[in-house]
Design a protein around this ligand. Structure first.
Ligand SMILES: [Fe+2]
Length: 260
């Protein structure tokens, strides 16, 4: 298979818990390309106190990796975004336009000319951009739905990373309903399906798949060897939901989040 789009991957070296060297980053990208991904978005962590990255630091790290990728037909296309840990600091950055949402790759083709970075002309619809957010696995903050609404008002659609890993979801996935009502969408880490994060995450992922709750699936790969797990996990996904739904989760869904 090919044409997959990976919205969550840690292939930029030395900036979080992802790959440790640029060579490893290129190796990971090559392996994901071989697994069927034509486009891989870098999503290094922005998490104060653990990975103290701001937008500028991530843009510099991305730019430092790019020359290694030029002219390599064996590698996927790449873009830059970030995995935003939704604490007070990062939430504040996002609503002030200081985060790194997903690129809107359809904006140039939009006949209205509407861009999320430019105030729309009177009467023109504003295009929203997806933004990858992660939460603490132990529990959701009480003001989470309001924060998601606030992100929506700032032109951002929350894309919730690996919902299957959150303990409240293990107990009752109805806890996601207020977030979906606030416009969020759910991004499956496909490796949950082969037990990479334990039995509870696997069960939660299977249930959310059954409910057709996911908008898209991703690798969340951190090391070159993770690509082998991704291949195994995509096979497990296809076995569970069939080829058409697998294609939707790895191609149509993520392309839609990128405005394509
Ligand atoms: Fe991640």
């Amino acid at each position: 298979m090919s044409g997959f789009v990976d919205l969550h991957c840690h292939w930029i070296a030395g900036i979080d818990d992802g790959v440790r060297t640029p060579d490893e980053g290129v190796d990971l990208l090559g392996r994901l390309r071989a697994a069927g991904f034509d486009l891989v978005v870098a999503t290094p962590h922005m998490r104060p106190g653990m990975f103290d990255n701001d937008r500028k630091a991530l843009e510099l790290a991305f730019a430092a990796m790019c020359p290694r990728l030029v002219g390599r037909d064996d590698l996927p296309d790449v873009h830059l975004s970030s995995e935003h840990f939704l604490d007070d600091v990062v939430f504040g950055r996002l609503v002030k336009g200081q985060g790194l949402p997903y690129p809107d790759l359809g904006a140039a083709a939009d006949p209205s000319g509407a861009s999320p970075d430019v105030a729309p002309a009177h009467g023109a619809a504003r295009r929203t951009r997806g933004v990858l957010v992660e939460l603490s696995p132990q529990g959701f903050p009480p003001n989470l739905q309001r924060r998601f609404f606030d992100l929506g008002r700032a032109g951002l659609r929350p894309v919730l990373a690996h919902p299957e890993r959150y303990q409240p979801v293990w107990k009752d996935d109805a806890c996601l309903d207020p977030l979906l009502d606030a416009g969020a969408c759910l991004l499956l880490d496909v490796c949950a399906l082969v037990g990479k994060y334990g039995r509870a995450s696997r069960k939660a992922a299977e249930k959310l798949l059954e409910e057709e709750a996911y908008e898209a699936a991703c690798s969340d790969a951190h090391r070159p060897a993770d690509a082998d797990v991704v291949i195994e996990a995509i096979e497990a996904l296809e076995k569970r939901v069939g080829a058409a739904e697998t294609t939707r989760l790895l191609r149509g869904g993520p392309r839609g989040i990128l405005g394509l």
